[in-house]
Ligand binder design. Structure first.
Ligand code: SF4
Length: 117
């Protein structure tokens, strides 16, 4: 099992996706790159979760035990915390820092992210 965690703040501000126990249930509306990326990643065997924060990541990791790889995108602080958490659980992890952080309208280098798949 390979898992990707993306922060919910990467979504277009008009995103109508609903929050569930496993992150946002996306609607493929085409307003941003997230859904295209998710589809591509799923084709390559990843499970992709768009999450509001670390507590949901912990919950999901309890369910999907011992993933072979976790890719995480986050701001500097959350990325450091996330990588430390994964290291503690001995999970193989790759992290990518947001280009622009904040709580809405964040940005990531999707070109780099696609290359990480
Ligand atoms: S493409 Fe997906 S993530 Fe982006 S706004 Fe639409 S439903 Fe939300």
């Amino acid at each position: 099992m390979k898992i990707i965690f993306l922060p919910h703040c990467l979504r277009n501000t008009d995103c109508k996706a609903k929050l569930t126990d496993h992150g946002y249930q996306l609607l493929n509306c085409g307003k941003c790159e997230i859904c295209r990326f998710k589809k591509k990643a799923e084709e390559k065997g990843y499970k992709v979760f768009i999450v509001p924060g670390a507590s949901m990541i912990k919950k999901i990791l309890k369910e999907y035990k011992n993933p072979e790889l976790v890719i995480g995108v986050a701001c500097d602080t959350e990325l450091k915390e996330g990588l430390a958490l994964m290291k503690k659980q001995k999970i193989n992890t790759k992290g990518l820092k947001l280009l622009k952080d904040g709580c809405v309208n964040t940005e990531v280098d999707f070109e780099k992210l696609y290359k990480m798949l």
